[in-house]
Design a protein around this ligand. Structure first.
Ligand code: SF4
Ligand code: SF4
Length: 472
């Protein structure tokens, strides 16, 4: 039967991650009711546990194997052990069985978008031909009612090149210099969101750049494709930390990329190291302060470093799922990455940015997505949007609500119903408000809301971009 949570590391690490997850959480039991509505894994795990108790035997690994597929890595459960064990279990399975075509397609927008981008009109037109759609559904095991989103005619990176957002030569000196991490969904499907980020930061007087970047790695981690994930995370960590060392402030508009780079990589690094913050102080932060003159606005010395959030020590119930990545670099990235909304609030509070807004109208709702809530920086977008005269904006959703999309898992035939089941409570709350539009920072939530509710959905930065009075 389940072992004690105080088991030794030596005894636990020999077991499969799903057994460790099962033993730890059924022994603890806190999430039996806590995660009832917002997670598919916990209710199934406790059902299996009750069955095992009734039958007086421990469940086999065969019985536990589907648990990992029930986790979307939403981040809502309290303990990092759970996510680490799920990631490890998914990775072990993918290493054994390889990726099926659907998982490959849905987890790698970057590759497919770059291919399709060469002929976006043909790719989009082909996917709307019924016979082609049917074939795609069959090959990739997509749900027939879900329409794959269309590729943008011009992706954000192509636009950024035209706008001169990719730096050539030495970095400019002084002022607020922003290195923008875009995320694949905004880059290839909703580039208007990323363009609005550039517009608003420029209006706030910041110098904007878009450094070379890869997919953050979250979608491939969700599918257990660790080799591809590690390659991309390594490339991003090197580029972004280099930007930090040059005095740039790194911002990100995608809550999932942000949650992945700030929380998930960090909590695993903490499982490995115990998160000794003092070990991080050397390096990036110190290099950043050298030779960066502060004029134009009051800039605190060096790139801003967020206050240290929750940390975790090594655990007997889980291992670091990203052993091939430097823990120190992960921790540094976590401390120097800012959400766009969070950073705009910082521009107001510390740098004196005073935006002016055109009046707007509408009865809208704002939903703070799971991956934004889990980063623990409040609701800066909601606060900023409240300033727009005439806009009626109400918050919806509790601290455990989730849209259920799980990145792109909702497109899968096997996950479609589960995805709607997960999001049902939130959809009901939104419907009750009878809004004219939904505002949310997460573009996966946007796709889910468009499918389930058929309402217009906007990223807060788009609303801000529309309402902002240009600086004279
Ligand atoms: S996630 Fe943490 S709090 Fe919840 S049941 Fe598992 S060990 Fe307990
Ligand atoms: S990360 Fe989310 S989906 Fe996964 S077990 Fe925790 S609450 Fe459930």
């Amino acid at each position: 039967m389940p072992s004690s949570r105080q088991s030794t590391a030596a005894a636990t690490t020999a077991r499969h991650p799903l057994q460790r997850l099962f033993d730890g959480c059924t022994d603890c039991d806190i999430c039996r009711f806590l995660m009832d509505e917002s997670c598919l894994l916990f209710p199934e795990m406790y059902r299996l546990y009750d069955e095992a108790v009734a039958q007086k035997r421990s469940p086999s690994l065969e019985v536990l194997k589907d648990l990992a597929d029930r986790c979307t890595l939403c981040g809502l459960c309290p303990c990092p052990d759970v996510r680490s064990n799920v990631i490890l279990a998914k990775a072990m399975r993918t290493q054994r069985q390889g990726l099926d075509p659907g998982a490959r397609l849905l987890s790698d927008l970057q590759t497919f978008a770059r291919l399709g981008q060469k002929v976006p009109r043909v790719a989009n037109a082909l996917s709307s031909v019924p016979a082609v759609r049917h074939l795609l559904e069959k090959i990739f095991q997509l749900h027939p009612q879900r329409q794959l989103p269309r590729l943008a005619k011009e992706d954000f990176f192509s636009w950024a090149v035209k706008e001169g957002l990719q730096r050539k030569g030495p970095p400019p000196q002084g002022g607020v210099r922003i290195a923008y991490f875009v995320g694949c969904t905004a880059a290839y499907l909703f580039p208007q969101v990323a363009r609005a980020v550039v517009q608003v930061f420029r209006a706030a007087g910041a110098h904007m750049e878009v450094p070379p970047q890869q997919c953050c790695g979250m979608p491939t981690v969700v599918e257990g494709d660790m080799a591809r994930s590690v390659e991309r995370i390594t490339a991003n960590m090197n580029t972004l930390l280099h930007a930090v060392s040059e005095g740039y402030h790194v911002v990100c508009s995608c809550p999932t990329c942000g949650y992945f780079m700030r929380n998930l990589l960090k909590e695993n690094a903490c499982l490995a190291t115990g998160c000794l913050e003092t070990a991080l102080e050397a390096g990036v932060a110190k290099r950043a302060t050298a030779g960066v003159p502060s004029h134009e606005v009051t800039i605190p010395s060096g790139p801003p470093k967020r206050p240290s959030a929750q940390t975790y020590g090594p655990s007997a119930l889980a291992d670091d799922a990203f052993l091939n990545l430097s823990p120190s670099k992960r921790l540094q990235l976590s401390q120097h990455l800012w959400d766009v909304g969070e950073y705009l609030d910082r521009l107001r509070q510390q740098y004196g940015w005073r935006p002016r807004w055109h009046p707007s109208k509408g009865r809208w709702v704002y939903y703070a997505p799971c991956h934004q809530r889990e980063q623990g920086f409040g609701t800066p977008y909601f606060d900023l949007l409240q300033e727009i005269p005439g806009l009626q904006l109400k918050r919806v959703g509790s601290s455990t609500d989730c849209c259920g999309m799980g990145g792109s898992l909702g497109y899968k035939k096997a996950f479609h119903e589960k995805s709607l089941q997960l999001g049902a409570s939130l959809m009901e709350k939104i419907t009750k408000e009878d809004p004219q539009a939904i505002v949310t920072d997460c573009l996966s939530c946007r796709l889910q809301f468009q499918y389930a509710l058929g309402l217009p959905v906007y990223h807060p930065i788009e609303v801000m971009g529309q309402a902002l009075v240009p600086a004279s």
